[in-house]
Design a protein around this ligand. Structure first.
Ligand code: GLN
Ligand code: ZN
Length: 766
């Protein structure tokens, strides 16, 4: 009998229980014990679900209160000194590392003021992990035994699990040196960290774990030689240690062939490969196995919501069985299911025809089980027939095909993808039109999404208030945000995005070709979840999507108001894309819809327009090569198609939630002004790199993921540091990103300090 396996299950709860309770804990509304109990309940539910679905290999330690990489940092004592001096509980230290903490002293506790560790994208997904931050003084040791506790917890519930750990090479390579140890290369810490890994693995074995899943996803990246050779060192050390469980080494999100040499003789009991993202690698990777090793076939997509095509998957698994024998093959999800929503059953509003095409995490459990049964010749003919019918209905449905859209994409030419004049000429006209001061101040778009906003949106969705009442409410929010910005003294204003639940979903809901869910949440970072809309068919824009709010906002002020749109690549990346049409085509379809919107905004008098592309970086194929250069080309083309239909004095802005992309790639978008997340970049080389960017730029000055308020002096110091290498006349002053997750109080304080700091530099330039 071929076994079925799951690499990880969503940890957020079917109804976002984790978010609600974590935030309640942060707000002091529930105790740590209550929060811990919520975690326990979620884990129990998940294990039970998997067991009942018939999954053979069920993960544990895939749960986290914030991020599983941060869990490991806490477990291994990779805790920079700045977090330990406040005598916080372990849980609070963990959260402080994840999101920063600023707290006044009380009778019993010290004052706390510490920024968060850097948070970065998990490969090309929209999940973010907290970056392990090492220094010369890092001393690896176990500070607890979370993986063991959770293994035992499952065992007590009658579920034997396979604990998951991020492997040593990936853990180190995904980390970075701390400010005080910039010369430290994390991978050089390998020998030091291995004993700690061995210790936790031994403890797991002693607790009864027979097998552990070790994730080494970095194997799908271009790796330097010293990292490649680290695999052999690490896994030899594990093989030599006494009392370890069997290890399944997992890779996912791509093709590992370029790194095959690094893993081909590793002494592990099984390898897992992703054959959804790396179908072409089958023959080569299956050939590295020794006769004792098992192949875990990742065939049920952990990154998308489409129903598995059983006939194709069964073929792949059968190929593996022919090669290796049934007892050396496991049917698995391609990656953790963390990236998929919890349960399709909770979608009551989806069109029945479309719903039939989807499969969320819970449904994927039965998929791995059914495939495993099918290849073991168990009776599943009914399930197979139903699956074939569903796959066929989707490919033939008129809901997925629109001839007009296809024709319009085919008609895109170079005149549509470049501005009428080059930047210097545009800049000259824009200077006249907007007459902005030096160091113009602005924000990235959203303002605090208060409870009041959510309540009113809910009421409107439920039909408890009329469209007019809702519009009135939104207008009052816009007015408040406009007045606030005038008071604080910002130069280029925004309307605050109160009408938007989410920057992609909001547009997705208004575009043809999209479907959206009511409970399809996926963790983005910490307690922040997104509900990606689903691109089901050819995309077009039936009518204007954002013009009304922007025009209203502009009517309230004489300062320039930025129209605010989400760019084509981000709409694509933060949706679940189709898997039957290329990403390029989907992106271009979106770019045409957005082009119409940009042109409508301009015609309505909103002539500073920001088209956000925060996701452009994460879409970058993980390896250098043809696929990457193609991507860069169509991504930039999509942006330019969306934004090039305007006049020279219309000022196009863009925004990115990262900075570790080659400025040349950003340059290819030819936006007049870009803003990028930057506040946590300590490395002066980064600033240097961006100083070559030809157009205007705002390097984000404060972390919007944290409630912490930087002082005016802190802003001044940071700007001064940047201006050492960055030309003053190109520099905009803004936060890292939108302020929607922040409260009003800290927003006011932070922005006031930021604007005051800009004034200091304006004075200096006089
Ligand atoms: N305009 C958006 C906002 O401010 C941008 C968000 C983002 O880049 N993630 O919320
Ligand atoms: Zn951002």
């Amino acid at each position: 009998m071929v076994q079925s396996a799951v690499l990880g299950f969503p940890r957020i709860g079917a109804f976002r229980e984790l978010k609600k309770n974590t935030e309640a804990y942060w707000a002091g509304k529930i105790t740590a014990d209550q929060l811990l109990q919520v975690g326990k309940d979620i884990r129990a539910t998940n294990w039970k679900l998997q067991k009942e679905a018939g999954v053979d290999i069920i993960p544990s330690n895939d749960f986290s209160f914030y991020d599983h990489v941060l869990d490991l940092s806490l477990l291994f004592n990779v805790i920079p000194d700045r977090y330990t001096k406040f005598e916080l509980s372990q849980l609070d230290t963990f959260f402080a590392m994840g999101r920063g903490l600023q707290r006044k002293a009380t009778e019993t506790t010290k004052a706390v003021d510490v920024t968060a560790l850097e948070m970065v994208k998990w490969f090309d997904s929209n999940y973010h992990y907290v970056r392990p931050t090492f220094s010369h003084s890092t001393e690896f040791k176990l500070t607890g035994q979370k993986p063991v506790d959770e293994f035992l917890e499952a065992k007590a519930l009658g579920v034997q699990t396979r604990p998951v750990l991020v492997g040593p090479v990936s853990y180190l390579y995904l980390g970075k040196p701390d400010k005080d140890s910039l010369d430290l290369e994390p991978i050089s810490l390998l020998e030091k960290i291995l004993p700690t890994y061995i210790e936790i693995l031994q403890k797991l074995a002693a607790a009864g774990a027979t097998e552990v899943q070790i994730d080494e996803p970095t194997l799908v990246l271009d790796l330097p030689e010293n990292v490649k050779s680290a695999f052999q060192v690490a896994y030899d050390a594990f093989a030599a240690a006494e009392g370890l469980p069997k290890l399944t080494l997992t890779t996912y999100f791509g093709d590992v062939r370029p790194n095959l040499d690094a893993i081909k003789s590793l002494p592990v009991s099984a390898f897992h490969f992703d054959f959804v993202r790396g179908a072409e690698q089958f023959e080569e990777v299956a050939s590295i196995l020794t006769p004792e090793q098992t192949l875990s076939v990742g065939i049920v997509d952990g990154r998308n919501i489409w129903k598995n095509d059983f006939s194709t998957s069964i073929e792949v698994v059968k190929k593996a069985i022919t090669k290796l024998g049934a007892d050396r093959v496991v049917v698995s999800t391609s990656s953790s299911l963390l990236h998929t929503p919890v349960d399709l059953e909770n979608e009551k509003k989806l069109d029945a025809e479309i719903k039939e095409w989807f499969s969320f995490a819970t449904q994927k459990l039965s998929e791995v089980v059914t495939i495993a049964k099918a290849v073991s010749d168990e009776e599943v003919s009914e399930a197979l027939a139903a699956n074939a019918a569903s796959i066929k209905s989707r490919s033939e449905s008129p809901l997925t095909n629109d001839a007009d859209v296809k024709a319009r994409v085919a008609s895109i030419d170079s005149s549509m993808s470049s501005r009428a004049a080059a930047f210097p000429e545009r800049l000259a006209e824009q200077k006249v039109k907007y007459n902005l001061p030096l160091f113009p101040t602005t924000t990235i778009g959203s303002f605090p999404q208060t409870k009041d906003i959510r309540i009113n949106r809910n009421k409107f969705t439920k039909g408890e208030i009329s469209a007019e009442q809702y519009e009135e409410f939104i207008n009052s929010e816009i007015e408040r945000v406009v007045r606030f910005q005038e008071e604080v003294g910002l130069d280029v204003l925004v309307h605050g995005e109160p009408e938007r639940n989410d920057m992609v979903q909001y547009f997705g809901e208004q575009l043809k070709g999209y479907a959206f869910t009511t409970n399809g949440w996926v963790q983005s970072y910490g307690s922040r979840y997104v509900r990606p809309p689903i691109i089901v068919g050819d995309v077009s824009r039936p009518k204007a999507m954002s013009v009304k709010e922007s025009v209203y906002a502009q009517s309230l002020t004489s300062k320039p108001m930025k129209g605010m749109l989400t760019g084509p690549v981000t709409c694509l990346r933060w949706s679940f894309p189709r898997n039957d049409v290329s990403q390029k085509v989907q992106s271009l379809q979106l770019s045409l819809a957005l082009r119409d919107e940009v042109n409508d905004l301009e015609a309505a008098g909103v002539t500073v327009i920001q088209v956000d592309e925060p996701a452009i970086r994460e879409g970058l194929p993980l390896r250098a090569g043809q696929e990457r250069s193609d991507y860069l080309e169509w991504a930039a083309e999509s942006f330019r198609v969306a934004t090039s239909g305007v006049k020279n004095d219309t000022q196009i802005h863009s925004h990115f939630c990262y900075s570790d992309l080659d400025p040349n790639h950003i340059k290819a978008l030819d936006a007049d002004v870009v803003s990028i997340e930057f506040s946590k970049k300590d490395d002066p080389n980064y600033i240097q790199e961006f100083s070559n960017y030809p157009n205007h730029i705002g390097l984000g000055l404060f972390d919007i993921h944290s409630p912490r308020i930087p002082s005016k002096e802190e802003f001044v110091a940071r700007i001064a540091e940047i201006l050492k290498v960055y030309p003053a006349d190109k520099f905009w002053v803004n936060p890292d990103c939108g302020l929607k997750t922040r409260g009003w109080e800290e927003t006011r304080a932070s922005l006031t300090n930021m604007v005051e700091a800009a004034k200091v530099f304006r004075e200096q330039q006089k």
